[in-house]
Design a protein around this ligand. Structure first.
Ligand code: NAI
Length: 271
C-alpha cells in the first residue's frame, strides 16, 4: 500500500547489495511512496551487478562510493545534489562488515587490523557520511538520517563478535552528531535497531539460524522482516516524525523488552 508519504523528497540510500538487503527493500518502498534517490555502494559490491536492476526499477542513478573514503563521499554528495536537483531530505546508512566475523576469528582472538577496518566501515563511516553532508550544507531543514543497528550494542550476544562494539559506537555517533545536526540544520538523526534478518551481512554471523529462531520465539510479534524495517524507515523519513531525534529505536517485535517467553520456557520445562 502506498500513502505518498515521501512525495517530492530526495535522498541517498547506502547498502543495497541484493534483493535481501534491508536497503534494497527500503529503496523499493521509498520509490512507491514517491521519493527519489541516488543508490550507492562500495565499488567492490557493484561488481556483482545486481544493484543495476534496482536502479532500473526505481528510476535511480548509482554512484559508487567506499563509505570509508571522505573523497568518495564528497563526490557522492555533490553528484547526488546535481542529479536530484537540490538538497537532500533523507539518508539511509545500511552498512556493516566485520572481517573478524567473516574469517571466523573469535572475539577473544581478534586481528586488530581487521577490527579497525570493521569499525571504520561499520561505525566511523556514519560519522564521515554525516560530516560530509553537514560541511557541504547538503541537507534540507527537517531532513532525516537513519542508520541500522542491532541490540548487541546493549546486551551480550557472544557470536556477534566485534560488530557489537561497532554498533555501540555507531549509536553513539548518531546521538553526538545528531545534536549538532539538530541544533544547526534542523535535521534529525536516529538509529533503528532491527531484528535478526536473513541477508548477506546477517547470515555471516556464526549460528545465525539459531539466533533468528530464538528471537522469533522470544518476540510477542515475531521478528521484524526486512520489509517491515523498510516500512518503519519510511515513517522516519516522512514529515510525520519531525521531532524524533537522537533515538535508538527498537524495531524487533518486542524482543528488547522480553525476559523470557512461554515458547522459550517450553524448551526448558520438564514434564
Ligand atoms: P547486506 O549485506 O545486504 O548490506 C550490507 C551492505 O554494506 C552491503 O551492501 C555492503 O556492500 C555494504 N558495505 C560494506 N562495506 C562497505 C563500504 N566500505 N562502503 C559502502 N558500503 C559498504 O546486509 P543487511 O543485513 O541489509 O545490512 C544492512 C545494515 O543492517 C547493516 O548495518 C547491518 O549491520 C544492519 N543490521 C542487520 C541485521 C541482520 O540481521 N541482517 C540486524 C540488525 C541490523
Amino acid at each position: 500500500m502506498s500513502y505518498n508519504l515521501l512525495k517530492g523528497k530526495k535522498g541517498i540510500i547506502f547498502g543495497a547489495l541484493d534483493e535481501n538487503s534491508i536497503a534494497w527493500k527500503t529503496a523499493e518502498r521509498v520509490h512507491e511512496e514517491g521519493g527519489t534517490f541516488v543508490l550507492t555502494n562500495a565499488p567492490v559490491a557493484m561488481r556483482m551487478g545486481q544493484i543495476n536492476q534496482l536502479a532500473e526499477k526505481t528510476g535511480s542513478q548509482i554512484i559508487p562510493a567506499d563509505a570509508t573514503s571522505v573523497e568518495d563521499l564528497e563526490n557522492l554528495v555533490e553528484k547526488s545534489m546535481e542529479i536530484l536537483g537540490g538538497k537532500i531530505d533523507f539518508v539511509l546508512h545500511s552498512i556493516g562488515m566485520s572481517i573478524n566475523v567473516r574469517k571466523g576469528n573469535h572475539y577473544t582472538n581478534q586481528n586488530y587490523d581487521w577490527t579497525q577496518k570493521g569499525t571504520d566501515v561499520s561505525a566511523n563511516s556514519f560519522h564521515k557520511v554525516m560530516q560530509t553532508l553537514y560541511q557541504k550544507d547538503a541537507m534540507n531543514e527537517w531532513g532525516s538520517i537513519v542508520a541500522l543497528t542491532y541490540m548487541a550494542a546493549q546486551r551480550v550476544f557472544p557470536d556477534y563478535n566485534d560488530m557489537a562494539d561497532n554498533k555501540a559506537l555507531l549509536e553513539s555517533i548518531a546521538r553526538s552528531f545528531g545534536y549538532f545536526f539538530g541544533r544547526d540544520k534542523k535535521v534529525r538523526v536516529n538509529t533503528i535497531s532491527q531484528s535478526p534478518t536473513p541477508t548477506t551481512a546477517g547470515s555471516g554471523v556464526k549460528g545465525f539460524d539459531g539466533f533468528i529462531s530464538y528471537a522469533e520465539k522470544m518476540s510477542p510479534l515475531g521478528n521484524a522482516t526486512a520489509l517491515d524495517c523498510a516500512n518503519y524507515t519510511i515513517t522516519m523519513f516522512s514529515d510525520l516524525t519531525r521531532k524524533v531525534t537522537l533515538q535508538n529505536l527498537f524495531h524487533d517485535g518486542g524482543f528488547s523488552n522480553m525476559g523470557v517467553s512461554d515458547a522459550v520456557m517450553e524448551t526448558f520445562t520438564r514434564e
